[in-house]
Design a protein around this ligand. Structure first.
Ligand code: UTP
Length: 271
């Protein structure tokens, strides 16, 4: 069973500047609700019991959002407002399941994951990248089902336009298991159109084995000086670890860019 999830939140969010010069992008409202709450709701509905947030000192605002009890208690004592009471109850529910770890230098997603090493209890855990919202279908829940069926690692996958492959991590396929699931041979980070082995891109949901930490410890920084989670995944695949790419059925919203962020509010308001 997958019971723990980790969420890297220690990045700089430069694509959403100037907002991110003072604000954590994960708290920006998407149709009136902070982006991170959509991610937490996805985890809860998928049966996750503990979520580890990887934040940095610069993003303490995220922890403060969940640890503002005194403020709520004072307001609620003064104003018996049901909306505020319900919002506070929701925050308390999230708070109970969140642990915080710190990555003060943004050395890459792989380095962020490594910070959770001593807290991961089971053989597999879920990782969600909060910029990637998936609506209309709970992607984590579907991936956990696939994991239970194939006893493998699982990563979310989406067909992208061949012209845009250089923006994504792209899968090298081994074989098709069935309509929406592929056994993979590897992942290439942002290949040119010519070098791309497929048009299937990695999207920010991963079920990873605990053994990934032994690979992450040994990794040297890759392109742009960062430690990439995909390099550790490739090392595991080279040792015959089974990784399945799952073409999810929900709708993907990229909240990490300004255009995508604006569009995501519009899409969610139509639900
Ligand atoms: P990205 O590289 O896509 O986003 O990281 P970013 O760094 O936040 O934003 P840009 O690219 O400057 O606009 C994907 C996820 O991994 C986290 C980010 O917070 C984001 O949720 N991350 C990235 C870390 O936690 N640590 C890192 O060192 C890098």
């Amino acid at each position: 069973m997958i019971k723990q999830a980790i969420i890297p939140l220690a990045g700089l969010g430069t694509r959403l500047l100037p907002l991110t010069s003072v604000f954590a992008k994960e708290l920006l409202p998407i149709n009136g609700k902070p982006g991170i709450e959509y991610i937490l709701d996805e985890c809860i509905e998928a049966g996750i019991k503990e979520v580890i947030f990887i934040i940095s000192k610069k993003k303490m605002m995220i922890k403060n959002y969940f640890y503002n009890d005194k403020f709520y208690k004072k307001i609620i004592a003064k104003k018996k407002d049901n909306r505020i009471i319900n919002e506070y109850k929701k925050i308390l529910k999230y708070k109970k399941m969140i642990k915080f770890v710190y990555q003060n230098k943004p050395l890459g997603t792989g380095d962020a994951v490594l910070k959770t090493k001593k807290y991961i209890k089971d053989r597999f855990f879920l990782m969600l990248l909060p910029d990637d919202l998936i609506i209309k279908n709970n992607c984590s829940k579907s991936m956990i089902k696939i994991h239970n069926r194939y006893k493998s690692s699982v990563m979310a996958s989406m067909n992208v336009d061949r012209k845009t492959v250089s923006r994504w991590g792209i899968y090298k396929l081994n074989k098709k298991i069935n309509k929406n699931n592929y056994l993979i041979k590897g992942v290439i980070e942002k290949p040119s159109k010519k070098k791309a082995p497929s048009n299937k891109a990695v999207i920010g949901r991963y079920i990873l084995p605990k053994n990934i930490f032994s690979k992450l410890i040994k990794l040297k920084p890759g392109n742009n000086g960062e430690i990439h989670i995909t390099d550790a995944i490739q090392s595991l695949i080279n040792e015959n670890y089974k990784f399945v790419a799952h073409n999810f059925s929900g709708k993907y919203l990229d909240c990490g860019t300004m255009n995508g962020y604006i569009k995501s509010s519009l899409e969610i308001s139509k639900l």
